[in-house]
Design a protein around this ligand. Structure first.
Ligand SMILES: *Cc1c(COP(=O)(O)O)cnc(C)c1O
Length: 377
């Protein structure tokens, strides 16, 4: 295998300066040295979440923070609206159902985004809704949702808005406080250029009131404990020390580059990817494409799983296949975290090659020309 290039929506590549920070000798977590790290990292997290509220760090993959959100902010039989337009909306539904919440499912076609007007009607027709659970970037379909408009619906109601930004954070614009988002959930292995193992959760003042009232069972993910420790730059249990050292390196880098600049960069990478795909004669899957991941219909004669495995086995390039009923129908190319222009050029070079080998007819180089046109314009 020539290389190991991850163009997948998690894990995404880890740059050398973060690998170096991750590989440092461990320090003890109950020390001033580590507390200072936690203090600095907490401040930087607020900056990239665009919130003045606490952002807690948990030792789990992203789903852990999703579960923490459900078990910490709600009480048994609370009614919540879940937007289900892909694999990760489905996950919200599964977690909420497992905890005995009364789930109102707003199901939309995969690849489409929720309609804020319909949500408004739902909120007005359903009594006593306590929360809306949704997604910034629905990774399974490469679709970005209009969180700002949804925030306008919940801001002045006794309803909290919880957004899974696990894949979107860092690429797709998210202004937590300004948009009235109460809880944002994220993970380490996507836009933050780290290995899997950390999750994050921000808690607005309104969400904090929900947290105090919640009666659902919880122990490891009891955010009351985590919040109390947070005030002292501490954690209730052993934190993932090495990952947090890596996180500091990541956040410093993002701050230097500037989050607004990064949003612009990924918007360009996304646009280049979309155009390159079309130049090969293929179609986009999403009607509202995100800046984090692009989903593409595979040619009808080719199973996307076959394309994905051939690309990885023969050329060391990892892209993602489809999920659920689109498993063999679509493939997904990530542009997040440390993925850059060069990576996309290399990825498309081999993608063309494999498509051709699998019998798809295309003009070699067509996607590369388009990529360069958008990227280096
Ligand atoms: C990756 C992802 C998750 C799941 O995160 P894990 O770290 O695998 O637990 C949840 N939601 C979205 C939108 C994701 O992209």
């Amino acid at each position: 295998m020539k290389q190991n290039l991850l163009l997948t929506p998690g894990p995404s590549p880890i740059p050398p300066f973060i690998r170096e920070a991750l590989g440092r000798q461990i320090i003890h977590h109950r020390t001033d040295e580590f507390k200072e790290v936690l203090g600095r990292v907490s401040q930087s997290l607020k900056e990239i979440f665009f919130t003045s509220s606490p952002v807690l760090i948990l030792a789990s993959s992203g789903t852990g923070a999703m579960e923490a959100a459900v078990s910490s902010f709600f009480s048994s039989q609370d009614k919540v609206i879940v937007i289900e337009g892909g694999k990760f909306g489905q996950r919200w539904k599964e977690i909420a159902t497992r905890y005995g919440l009364d789930v109102v499912n707003y199901s939309i076609d995969w690849g489409s985004a929720p309609d804020p007007n319909y949500l408004k009607q739902l909120l007005e027709s359903e009594s006593k809704v306590k929360g809306i659970l949704t997604t910034l970037c629905e990774t399974s379909t490469g679709t970005v949702y209009d969180i700002e408009s949804i925030g306008n619906l919940t801001r002045n109601r006794e309803v909290i808005l919880i957004v899974d930004a696990i894949s979107g954070l860092g690429q797709d614009k998210l202004l937590t406080d300004e948009w009235g988002v109460d809880v944002v959930v994220a993970g380490s292995q996507k836009g933050l250029m780290l290995p899997p193992g950390l999750s994050f959760i921000s808690i607005s003042k309104k969400a904090e009131e929900f947290l105090r009232r919640s009666n659902l069972p919880k122990y490891y993910f009891d955010l009351n404990l985590a919040l109390k420790s947070y005030q002292k730059n501490d954690t209730p249990f052993t934190p993932a020390v090495s990952l947090i050292l890596g996180l500091e390196a990541s956040l410093n880098f993002i701050r230097e580059e500037g989050i607004h600049n990064r949003w612009e960069k990924f918007s360009k990478l996304a646009r280049a990817t979309q155009e390159a795909v079309k130049a090969m004669g293929l179609n986009l899957f999403s009607f509202r494409p995100s800046n984090s991941v692009t989903a593409v219909w595979a040619p009808s004669s080719i199973k996307s799983s076959q394309l994905v495995s051939k690309l990885r086995k023969e050329y060391g390039i990892s892209i993602a296949g489809g999920q659920g009923e689109f498993k063999d129908k679509i493939f997904r190319i990530a542009h997040m975290g440390a993925i850059d222009e060069d990576d996309l050029v290399v990825g498309f070079y081999f993608l063309e090659k494999v498509l051709k080998d699998l019998g798809y007819s295309l003009k070699l180089g067509s996607s590369i020309v388009k990529l360069e046109e958008v990227l280096y314009a």
